[in-house]
Structure formats: C-alpha cells, structure tokens
Design a protein around this ligand. Structure first.
Ligand code: SF4
Length: 226
C-alpha cells in the first residue's frame, strides 16, 4: 500500500518532475516549441502515438512545410500525406485519418476546444483530446499516455490497470488547478528519469515513497539472503 498524497505533495511532485525533465532536456519540453496553433498541436498528438517524439517532430516539419493549416492539409491526397509522415508508427492509417480530420475541421472552420467535440473527430481518442485541450487551450484536464499510467502506478499515486482508470483516479485525487501540468511533467520525467526500462532510481528524489522502488529493493534483499 502506497502513501496518501496531499495537495502540497502533488505540487512538489509535479514541480520536481518538470525541473528534472527540463534539466535533462526532455523532448516534451525541447521539441514541441515549434507548435504554434491548436491545429499543429492536434496533428502532433495524433502522429505521436507509438512514435518517438524526435520522429514525430521530423514528420510534422515535413508536413507543415506543405500544409500548416487544416485548409491546406485537406488539399493534399492521402498518398502525399503518407510520403510526408513516413517514419511515424502506422503512418498509412494515420495519413488516412489526417485527411479525414482536415476535411472535418474544414467543415467546422476551427479546431474545437471542448472534449465532446474533439472526441468525435477522426483519429482523435481520449488521450489526444485531453492532451490537446491542456497543451493548445490551457484547459485543466489530464491526458493519460503510457508514461503517465506507468509513473502514477510506480509511485503508488494510483493502482490501476488501464489508462482510462488512471485518468479517472488521477482526476479524483489531484486538485483540478494542477491537472494541466500532469501530462507534461510525467511525460518529461518518463522520457528522462523514470524510463520504461532501467529507470534512474538512484537519481530520483521520490525513492522514499515509490512503491516500485520499494518492491524492487525488497526482491533484491530476498535474493541476497537466500
Ligand atoms: S524511484 Fe525509480 S521507479 Fe520510482 S519514480 Fe523514481 S525513477 Fe521511477
């Protein structure tokens, strides 16, 4: 059983995660500065699933050099989009979705700023909608991806099996005025310190309460005494 977290614990955790991630130049802080509009944030987030940020940035730069608005993107064929975004995971599926997305946005005349509207767009799932609401519109919401799910569980903030459960649980226990920080802080921390494999626990300030770290050490000590 993990510790119970107060509002000031959460403040400390997210500030520290962001500080450590910025010092280590986490891609989430260094590579996304070129995104200027909600449309660009949306395209980046759609392309980024199952793809390293460095690769997503390259694909976005190629794509935005030809089409930096949804009106321009709607004019490209699926084959042209495929060529521009090649390198990102599932690029053929994503090219089709981007084409449909651009056509829908053209009809709407804008990138919507509500969850209910975003989630109806082609290629936009729960995580994408929440990440775009927080990063492009500054709305208080929590986008849960693999980093957020893994770290929240490792630390013992939640004990959940799916990203949706993690999102619901985090929204229940973290004060709403901090929600917009959660994704960026945890993604940056996950890219640099609490990595999926070989996390840098020896450099981590959260060792004293991290459930995963305690479990690892318990297993090591058991092996030691055998
Ligand atoms: S102690 Fe290790 S597993 Fe726990 S949060 Fe820190 S880096 Fe991640």
């Amino acid at each position: 059983m993990g510790k119970s977290f107060t509002d000031s614990d959460f403040e400390y955790i997210f500030e520290t995660m962001e500080k450590l991630a910025r010092e280590r130049k986490a891609p989430v802080f260094t590579l996304k500065n070129f995104l200027k509009t909600p449309f660009q944030h949306l395209v980046f987030t759609v392309l980024s699933s199952r793809t390293r940020d460095e690769m997503t940035v390259k694909a976005c730069n190629r794509l935005f050099s030809k089409a930096s608005t949804f009106e321009e993107l709607a004019k490209l064929s699926v084959e042209e989009i495929e060529k521009l975004i090649k390198g990102v995971g599932f690029y053929k599926v994503k090219a089709k979705k981007l084409k449909q997305l651009a056509e829908e946005l053209k009809k709407l005349g804008r990138v919507p700023d509500t969850y209910d509207e975003l989630i109806k767009l082609p290629g936009v799932g729960r995580k994408t909608a929440n990440v775009v609401l927080a990063s492009a519109f500054g709305k208080q919401t929590i986008g849960v991806d693999v980093h957020v799910h893994r770290i929240a569980n490792r630390l013992g903030i939640v004990s959940t099996r799916t990203n949706v459960e993690t999102e619901e649980e985090l929204k229940r226990i973290i004060p709403e005025n901090m929600w917009a920080k959660v994704n960026r802080a945890m993604v940056g921390f996950g890219q640099t310190v609490c990595r999926p494999k070989k996390p840098l626990c020896s450099e981590c300030p959260f060792k004293n309460f991290c459930v995963y770290y305690k479990q690892l050490n318990k297993n090591f000590s058991k092996q030691d005494v055998r």
